[in-house]
Ligand binder design. Structure first.
Ligand code: PLP
Length: 457
């Protein structure tokens, strides 16, 4: 029952792809020698390629397919909404039932300060919207000089010019002449990366406070009356699943409070149960003023994102702001919102957040800890169902591999060849499997990881 366009061999796909498709985040010379991998279908935690090989998707696509592949309720919700009303906009004093119902539902599952949402179609657009909202807020507050948003090195907030500027990915900045003005960066609370430097001789908790105070130093450098907001992912995802010390976020919150700076939590990866609570800010104990989301809101079945706008900002915007000159054609897309509502039903009915917190999350941490006996594993870190395995040589000295060895990419290759999708961030291997995964699937995944480590060693 495949549509006519889908009936091709792998070789035919690869030829057509090489001829026409410029892929995101892809080296096309390297791709030309290997040929693209074509994923044709999925079920639960597995996807299949065009050669019929089953692959364990330990990255949930791109951190998004939280309820797994093939959830009938989401599929039905999309089809039904497409039949009823495939599109209408939310501009100019109009809405559709799914958009308003989702806004109401999101207010119910987010922390108490959030009662309003602004919809986008992606995390990048949501983070762009944050810049507009933050600047508008301070203008309306009579402090237009508060413009600078502080973010972190190696953070990922998206790929538009503004979101990539908020992010701290050096390779992205180099190619685009970024960051745009008004954005500053501090270093990340990466205990392993700082083990021979700022974290030397400190406990994780001591280092967490040191790393948070980098924000205070940056504020002093810029001038407190010029700093508008601080943005961070509760756990840096694309930066390598950098789980911060427990002391880090409370200290960041204290510093933001002290200087009246807005706190923005980028929950694009951490939201909707990934860390074992609905929101990463709940896991780490902060009270953000703004919160961005995408990915897990629809489990990636259709694009949707947005910004939860806390009452501190929403009241000012609504009561004093007049028209907010910002919006996307697909803000509040009815099909996306209908799918999101069905997705939230699945998360609640299957108690996925609780399962991650009480069952599969702790079990994954336990199984990953077993990998510490491997001669190439320096540390393992996990939070709910996101985890990192740090590769290194000379375990007692915890020395890194020389970059030209590209150990992470080698390990990733062995994973692929062995039916496991796992990501490499430098020499850190990361996973973020679907939240529906069972304990047996945790075992299966960890077994595949160990095989890949053995083959890489
Ligand atoms: N924020 C975080 C933390 C992300 O990980 C991502 C994407 O991976 C984004 C924002 C950007 O989201 P999108 O790719 O939907 O634009």
């Amino acid at each position: 029952d495949l549509p006519p366009f889908a009936r091709r061999s792998t070789r035919e796909w690869q030829a057509a792809d090489a001829a026409h498709f410029l892929h995101p985040f892809t080296d096309h010379q390297a791709l030309a020698t290997k040929g693209v991998r074509v994923i044709t279908h999925g079920d639960g935690v597995y996807v299949w390629d065009s050669d019929g090989r089953r692959i364990f998707d330990a990255m949930s696509g791109l951190w998004c397919v939280n309820v797994g592949y093939g959830q009938g309720a989401l599929i039905e919700a999309a089809a039904q909404q497409m039949r009823t009303l495939p599109y209408y906009n939310a501009f100019f004093q109009t809405t559709t039932p799914p958009a308003t119902a989702l806004a109401e539902r999101l207010a119910a599952v987010t922390p108490a300060q959030f009662r309003h949402v602004f919809f986008s179609s992606s995390g990048s657009e949501a983070n762009d919207t944050v810049i507009r909202l933050v600047r508008r807020y301070w203008d309306l507050m009579g402090q237009p000089e508060r413009k600078v948003i502080v973010s972190r090195l190696n953070a990922y907030h998206g790929s538009t010019m503004a979101a990539a500027s908020l992010g701290g990915m050096a390779a992205m900045h180099t190619q685009g002449g970024l960051p745009i003005p008004g954005i500053a960066h501090i270093d990340q609370p990466h205990f392993w990366a700082h083990r021979h430097g700022a974290a030397k001789g400190l406990s994780r908790e001591e280092f967490g406070v040191v790393a948070a105070r980098w924000l205070e130093e940056k504020i002093a450098e810029i001038g407190p009356d010029k700093v508008a907001a601080f943005i961070g992912e509760p756990v840096q995802g694309a930066g390598g699943v950098v789980v911060p010390p427990s002391t880090y976020w409370p200290e960041i919150q204290r510093i933001c409070d002290r200087h009246g700076i807005l706190l923005v939590s980028d929950e694009v990866v951490c939201g909707f149960g990934r860390t074992g609570r609905w929101w990463g800010c709940e896991t780490f104990g902060t009270r953000p003023d703004l919160m961005t989301f995408a990915k897990g809101v629809t489990s990636g079945y259709v694009p949707l994102g947005g910004v939860m706008v806390g009452e501190r900002v929403a009241r000012v915007l609504i009561e004093r702001g007049g028209e907010f000159e910002h919006g996307y054609t697909y803000s509040g897309h009815p099909v996306a919102c209908a799918v999101a509502l069905a997705n939230l039903d699945v998360i609640e009915q299957q108690q996925l957040v609780q399962r991650v917190r009480e069952d599969t999350g702790p079990y994954l941490a336990q199984q990953l800890a077993n990998l510490l006996d491997h001669p190439m594993v320096g540390e393992v870190q996990s939070c709910g169902l996101m985890a990192a395995i740090q590769l290194c040589r000379d375990i007692p000295l915890r020395e890194s591999f020389a970059p030209e060895i590209a150990i992470g990419m080698a390990c990733r290759g062995h994973c692929f060849d062995n039916g496991l999708v796992m990501r490499a961030v430098g020499d850190r291997m990361i996973v973020a499997p679907p939240l529906i995964m069972t304990r047996a699937q945790v075992d299966e995944m960890c077994g595949l990881i160990r095989q890949a480590l053995d083959r890489t060693y």
